[in-house]
Structures are given as C-alpha cells and as structure tokens.
Ligand binder design. Structure first.
Ligand code: 5GP
Ligand code: 5GP
Length: 241
C-alpha cells in the first residue's frame, strides 16, 4: 500500500514538473527584429506625423520584435489579460522615445505604438520575456545591429565593391542596387537581412524595413529560417529624412 502511494506521489510530482516545463517553453521558433526607415514611412502618399517629442533622429527606428514560426506563420495577440503597462518599462521610456519613435498620425508619445506591439507580438513570447525584458531586448538588438553605420561605412569605404555610387557624392540618399544594400548589412552584421520596400509618393520602390532573425532568447542574430514575402525592385531608393 505504502509502496503504491509513493509511486503515485512520484507520478504526481513528475506530472507537475512536466506541466511546468511545457508552460515555460516557448511556443514560437524565432523572432523577426524589424527596423523601419523613417524617411520611407513619411514620404508615402499617406505621410506621417512626428512624435510629440519632436522629429526623430535620421536613423532607423525599431518597429517591433515579432515571434514567428519556421513555416512563415506567426502567433498574435496571445494574452489579453496581460496588457502593456507603462510602469513596467518606466526606466526604458526615454531610450524608447529615441530608438522606437512613433510616426503614425496623429502625433503621439509612443505609448500607443508600444502597447500595440506588446499586445500583438510581445504577449506571444511572454513565457520567456516579461514586458520589461521584451522591450529591453529589442533596444539591445538595435545597438548590436547598427544599420545606418553598416550602410554609410559601406558607402564610404567600399563603394567600388558594392557599387553604392551615390554615396561617393556627399549625400547618402539616392538609388542603390538591392544586392548592394543586402551585402552591406550582411557584411556588417554577419547575417542576411530581408529588405521590405514601399513606394514613395512618385511610385519609386524604396527601402522601408529591414528584418533580421533572432534566437528565442532575443539575444543573438541567426540565419533566417524563412523570409517574409514581398519584393523590391532591383534598384531601390534610400530616401532622405
Ligand atoms: P503588413 O501586412 O503590412 O506586411 O504587416 C502588418 C503587420 O502584420 C506587421 O506590422 C506585423 O505586425 C504583422 N506581420 C506581417 N508580417 C509578419 C510576419 O512575417 N511575422 C510576424 N510575426 N508578423 C508579421
Ligand atoms: P503592425 O503593422 O505592427 O501590426 O501595426 C503597427 C500599428 O502601429 C499600426 O496601427 C500603426 O498605425 C501603429 N504605428 C504607430 N506608429 C507607427 C510607426 O512609427 N510605424 C508603424 N509601422 N506603425 C506605427
């Protein structure tokens, strides 16, 4: 009898451990870390509004850190009981205003944008990253992947390699081959990005967002298991901002 009881207790404990492991394990395969070029958000027919804190730096801004599956699909809005709370990220707000500015209209202070990103995407990795750690991880990734530096230093020192001809003439803005942009980023970061384009108000295909893939710890870049869909022209504009 005692023997049976002890087996039963062991079984219950094992079951509890298994539940814990399963609950704590992530239910996605990797993240897309997505940065947007503000010039291309703003020069479309839709236009943009600067945040209440003023015009953002002429730099890529974070759009989001998005859990994804290897088959290209993705989870979203995973936990309505855990909405964004500003108090959880209070020590990050000033950095987020700089690195994750909102450009949607009407002008905002960012809270709406960050809430949307947490509610839609962040809740799908909440078993691994709480709100504070999720936003902090994105900020750290931006520091690791300095896209503007990757593009401008390629333009300055290696324009003959990348054929980034416009950069020879003072301005960084202009048209580049899509492959020169991808190569400049791959060479600097070590992984091939996905480039998403949109159209400026004259219909030119332009560099809008850069996707890099990140492991489930949200700490290291990885080769993308799958790329999003979408196509840029073979020559694309890097618009001014
Ligand atoms: P769009 O339809 O403009 O490409 O994307 C609209 C929104 O859907 C994105 O801002 C993002 O929130 C979500 N989304 C689009 N594509 C992907 C994707 O491949 N992975 C994930 N995780 N989210 C995506
Ligand atoms: P997603 O495309 O990530 O699903 O949704 C982005 C949402 O955030 C949209 O509702 C959009 O209006 C809002 N938003 C606020 N600021 C920005 C911004 O700077 N860039 C983008 N892409 N969306 C923004």
């Amino acid at each position: 009898m005692e023997f049976k009881e002890s087996i039963l207790i062991k079984l219950v404990v094992m079951l509890q451990c298994l539940t814990l492991v399963l609950c704590a394990s992530q239910d996605f395969d990797f993240f897309y870390f997505v940065q947007q070029w503000p010039g291309s958000y703003c020069d479309t027919q839709q236009s943009c509004c600067y945040p209440t804190s003023g015009k953002p730096d002429a730099d890529f801004g974070i759009h989001g850190l998005w859990p994804n599956y290897n088959d290209g699909s993705y989870p979203s809005n995973c936990d309505s009981s855990n909405p964004f709370q500003q108090s959880q990220v209070s020590n990050l707000i000033s950095t987020m205003q700089k690195e994750w500015p909102t450009l949607a209209c009407p002008s905002g202070n960012g809270i709406q944008f960050w809430s949307h990103e947490w509610d839609k995407h962040g809740t799908c990795s909440e078993s691994l990253l709480n709100q504070h750690d999720y936003f902090e991880a994105a900020l750290n990734l931006k520091q690791k992947a300095n896209l503007l530096q990757a593009l401008t230093s390629a333009g300055k020192s290696q324009c003959h390699v990348y054929n980034m001809e416009i950069l020879r003439y003072k301005s960084r803005w202009g048209f580049y081959s899509l492959s020169s942009i991808k190569n400049a980023i791959s060479d600097s970061i070590g992984f091939t990005p996905f480039i998403e384009c949109n159209s400026d108000s004259s219909g030119n295909s332009q560099l809008y967002q850069v996707y890099l893939c990140v492991d489930t710890d949200a700490s290291s870049f990885i080769d993308c298991p799958v790329f999003p869909h979408g196509k840029c022209s073979s020559n694309i504009e890097f618009s001014s901002f």
